[in-house]
Write a protein that binds this ligand. Structure first.
Ligand SMILES: [Mg+2]
Length: 489
């Protein structure tokens, strides 16, 4: 087995030095919707990619090797896939896979497809336009949303395998290939090909954040109740949480002592929308739960029973998760829970944003200059047009005035062309600094990306890791920057 996997360079988390007295931007908690921590009585946590931060290159590599092995051995794909160099740095979160056409897309908040790749080759503008912008969008588009870090290797494999099968003349369906990858990666998670390897060497796959235990302790000291609500199974959860929190603070003999309620195998997002019974786990036996008690382990369940048995109203609950759909969007749409989203890429995004600060400032300057020159152009065009009228045309200096305006129009047009060209060059350089194929996570061209839009809409708060809360008071009033519409300058 020698599947070569190129690693994404940007994850896991960077070390960020603190400047005296201020919270570094990469470690701040950002606010979309005002939230008073004083009014929050209960704080819930997802586990995978929220409390447990995975070392992405290692987990990508493991997922790819296990999945490709199944594709070849169980589904009859060519053995050469095992030798294929999978570039796990290729995809980013927020992309969409077009299962009908074998393409990978990045959209902005208006569902405009800003970039599209077939394999690792970018579609020319005309083709992208023809495929995605000239028809009425289908009600049920064939897109799969890459909305977790967990899904990145799937996108990397899809992008790499599509062109190989096409080049070899293998007959295949784009959708079947996608489903095969999905099913094989899921099977690899279920049968232990991924989890057993990880559990045997957690140091290699998981980042143990030294600030995590003090963060949870700080919340508890302020009287908050904490709960864990994870889709992971009990055995895995117990091992992972022991690794993350076991022995971290003498006050807490086990990781379970940090939490007042522990629910595993929760089946989010169905947890928020359906009514599976809440079960109490007793060894390997289960009984319907009639209360939620500290020290016990619960499985499955649903939002309504949870709120009733936990005896707190939805708006007193803050839930912290990494999955825009399963943790954040569903809890927001179907409950009154307040939400905080963990986006670990933010540390990299903010650090790159700092390195291109000069280019971004220059971009603003150019935009301002463009607006001025467009005003000039309109002014001279209107004057020139007025001078064309027969009564004005006979005035003594009409000829000279027309020539003057004409020259000004030419000069403005020429400068506008130069400005536009320089802006395009700058845009490419700025986007390329964030990611060579897809640009920044939160933007798509001049607009907010679809991913950024969902973060804005559904996450009350967002931050790069749970332990960033350590730097804030547990009674913090998180205030959003005042929202302005374009006309309210
Ligand atoms: Mg998660």
């Amino acid at each position: 087995m020698s599947t070569p996997v190129r690693q994404r360079p940007e994850l896991p988390l960077l070390d960020v030095d603190s400047e005296e007295g201020t919270i570094p931007r990469a470690r701040r908690v950002y606010v979309n919707r005002n939230l008073k921590m004083e009014g929050i009585s209960t704080i819930g946590f997802d586990m995978d990619y929220t409390l447990a931060i995975y070392k992405q290159p290692e987990i990508d590599r493991l997922s790819v090797i296990a999945t490709v092995d199944k594709l070849v051995v169980e589904r009859g794909y060519p053995a050469e896939l095992k030798e294929l160099p999978f570039d796990c740095g290729f995809p980013i979160r927020g992309l969409l896979i077009d299962k009908d056409r074998g393409n990978i897309l990045k959209m902005d908040r208006y569902k405009y497809v800003k970039s599209a790749y077939h394999g690792s080759v970018e579609l020319p503008r005309e083709e992208r336009h023809l495929l995605y912008h000239q028809r009425v969008p289908r009600r049920d588009p064939p897109y799969y949303y890459v909305d977790t870090l967990y899904a990145l290797p799937e996108a990397a494999m899809y992008a790499a395998i599509v062109p190989i099968l096409e080049e070899r003349g293998v007959e295949f369906s784009y959708e079947r290939l996608f489903l095969d990858i999905r099913e094989c990666i899921d099977a690899s998670h279920r049968d232990g090909s991924i989890l057993d390897v990880m559990l045997a060497d957690l140091d290699r796959f998981v980042f143990r954040d030294p600030d995590l235990a003090p963060t949870l302790h700080k919340f508890r000291s302020a009287g908050k109740r904490l709960f864990l609500l994870t889709n992971s199974q009990w055995a895995y959860t117990d091992r992972m949480m022991t690794y993350l929190l076991g022995g971290a603070m003498p006050k807490y003999p086990t990781w379970r002592h940090y939490f007042d309620i522990i629910v595993v195998a929760a089946r989010k997002p169905s947890f928020f929308t359906e009514s599976a019974p809440l079960l109490e786990r007793d060894g390997d036996r289960f009984e319907p739960a009639t209360s939620l008690e500290r020290g016990k382990i619960y499985e499955a369940g649903n939002l309504r029973d949870f709120e009733r048995l936990a005896a707190c109203s939805g708006d007193q609950i803050l839930y912290i998760g990494d999955h825009i759909y399963g943790d954040i969007l569903r809890s927001k749409k179907d409950s009154a829970w307040r939400t905080a989203m963990v986006i670990q890429e933010m540390e990299q995004e903010i650090s790159v944003g700092t390195t291109v600060a000069a280019e971004l400032a220059r971009r603003d300057e150019l935009e301002e200059r463009r607006a001025q020159r467009e005003d000039d152009l309109r002014f001279h065009q209107a004057r020139w047009k007025a001078l064309q009228r027969t009564d004005a045309a006979s005035a003594p200096d009409a000829e000279a005035s027309r020539a003057r305006h004409k020259a000004a129009i030419e000069a403005a047009r020429s400068e506008l062309r130069q400005l536009t060209a320089e802006m395009h060059r700058l845009d490419r350089a700025i986007d390329g600094a964030f990611h060579p194929h897809w640009g920044p996570l939160f933007k798509a061209g001049p607009e907010v990306s679809r991913f950024g839009d969902q973060v804005e809409e559904y996450a009350c708060l967002y931050t790069s890791r749970v332990s960033n809360f350590l730097r804030y008071s547990p009674l913090q009033y998180f205030r959003s920057p005042r929202d302005r519409m374009p006309h309210e300058m």
